[in-house]
Design a protein around this ligand. Sequence first.
Ligand code: APR
Length: 243
Amino acid sequence: DASTESLVRQWLRAARHTLILTGAGVSAESGVPTFRDALTGLWARFDPEDLATEAAYREHPGLVWDWYEMRRGMVRAVAPNPAHLAIAQWAAAHPGTVTLVTQNVDGLHQQAGSEHVIELHGNLFRNSWLHGCGRCDAHRTDTTHPPSCTACGALLRPAVVWFGEDLPRVALYRAQHAAEIADVCLVVGTSGLVYPAAGLPGQAKAAGAKVIVVNPQPSALDATADAVLQMSAGDCLPRLLAM
Ligand code: APR
């Protein structure tokens, strides 16, 4: 409501360090389906948790590769929404005070102009090697489906964090450091179900930060929040972060 919003705006203006943590909900209004909303069409019968694993990739490389190719095509077809833009503009207007940490792999924050985005779960548009042999100085991909190294046969894989895999260490360290020094932690569009990302708001709160949740639905982080704004990110953030 308006009074909560004005209180939150005060917190944000007074903050020396703001940690912004985003999830799939910040990209929902761009047209990118969230993980736990029903996936549409061909993929509706698949649960991301069944596809986004190394075991799934080893068992059905073509299917999992095509799932990522479909998601890449979907993201290429959309644009950042007002929530992404509000975050980018706020951070640009308050240099050195905002750390943006995202669970998303869609690169839309960067497209909106955000810099130094901490991508805890990697990025759809980067690839890496599934257990390369380590001997090939530069893997050369051939036209198999999915692409594999012509020298050692290692499979190319999306550079995203699969369930059961560790997060990139440096990214996680930087995110946890930001939580330690944050005066305010703004949590946007995440169900708060997947750790360690979901642990950041609690860590910030324990270190003295005010925690704000923006989500049209209840989330697992509401209990940690000092303020919950049950609104969509595209409606709420342009107002919260208006200069
Ligand atoms: N504005 C804000 N929040 C929204 C909007 C919106 N327009 N639309 C949906 N949401 C909220 C939903 O209510 C939900 O709480 O976004 C959240 C999306 O939750 P998930 O689909 O669980 O996505 P996320 O929290 O990012 O998932 C975390 O889990 O699947 C893994 O690695 C994957 O990064 C992902 C992680």
